[in-house]
Design a protein. Structure first.
Length: 271
């Protein structure tokens, strides 16, 4: 692996843990203005300094992230279907690798739809991007099981989708946490990060998810709704950092969250 690609990966997977806390705000590319992500600029601004990377589309990057930001960017480059369609898997590459290079991103990301009507198309998209990543030094994050595929959230299915993505050359894979997740990790030779999925009942439940994933071998999280749909997004992000980077217990992470929340209530301008 060339220095450029190793450097891009090292900027996202941070020492001393070598893990990564990625903030996902790419939902609008197929869901439109998601709850509490209607104003992306306002949502993202206080969170950016606490994330090891931010995952978004080029339109949102240009419009909502200051060029002065030091947070590495994971650029979503697949799309072409919306929640109005039955079949979400009919995606193409929507942003070219030269454009990704111009935007100075640290990685590109695309969805693969294993088991969906357009499985073949999405896997060929991945393979093509991986070829292009060798030319540009920009690593590829394959995203498994979004949308309706999420219903198949079991270890056998996710292990298959993650392994196929790694076999086709993805340098990283994003998937979902599930029972028996260590089997998914075991079968995937590249770093795995987990998404959070729809907002869980409580902040604690999301911290438990992250804790379980890291304990089972995930190399980080790429989480959205359970951060910015929380009533305390910055506190939540800091608590997740404690789990991902310091291997904090759920109890310790809850302490971080409570302390941060209390500090922000007494000094609201910091929120
Ligand atoms: C799908 O919209 C994207 O891949 C999201 O980035 C991914 O699902 C992570 O976001 P969340 O934690 O909200 O599921």
């Amino acid at each position: 692996m060339d220095w450029g690609m190793r450097n891009r990966l090292a900027r996202m997977f941070r020492p001393p843990s070598g893990n990564s806390v990625m903030l996902a705000v790419d939902h609008g590319y197929f869901m439109g203005p998601t709850r509490r992500l209607e104003d992306v600029r306002g949502t993202v601004a206080p969170l950016l300094p606490h994330a090891d990377a931010v995952a978004l589309t080029r339109g949102i990057l240009r419009a909502c992230v200051p060029a002065e930001s030091a947070t590495p960017v994971v650029l979503r480059v697949s799309g072409g279907a919306t929640v109005l369609q039955e079949d979400l898997s009919d995606e193409a590459i929507t942003t070219s690798m030269p454009e990704a290079a111009r935007l100075n991103v640290s990685a590109v990301a695309l969805s693969v739809f294993v088991g969906a009507p357009h499985e073949h198309q999405s896997l060929v998209n991945l393979a093509r991007l991986v070829d292009e990543s060798a030319e540009t030094g920009i690593p590829v994050l394959a995203i498994t099981a979004v949308g309706k595929e999420l219903e198949k959230r079991d270890a056998r299915y996710l292990a298959l989708a993650c392994r196929v993505s790694a076999e086709l050359g993805a340098q990283m894979v994003k998937t979902y946490y599930c029972e028996g997740f260590s089997k998914v990790v075991e079968g995937c030779p590249v770093p795995l990060v987990v998404a959070g999925g729809p907002k869980l009942d409580s902040d604690r439940a999301a911290l438990e998810l992250a804790h379980g994933a890291i304990a089972d071998g995930a190399r980080g999280i790429d989480m959205g709704r359970n951060i910015w749909q929380s009533d305390h997004p910055v506190a939540m992000l800091k608590a997740l950092r404690a789990i991902v980077h310091e291997r904090a217990t759920v109890r310790e992470a809850m302490d971080v969250l409570e302390a941060e929340r209390a500090a922000r209530v007494s000094a609201p301008s910091a929120a």
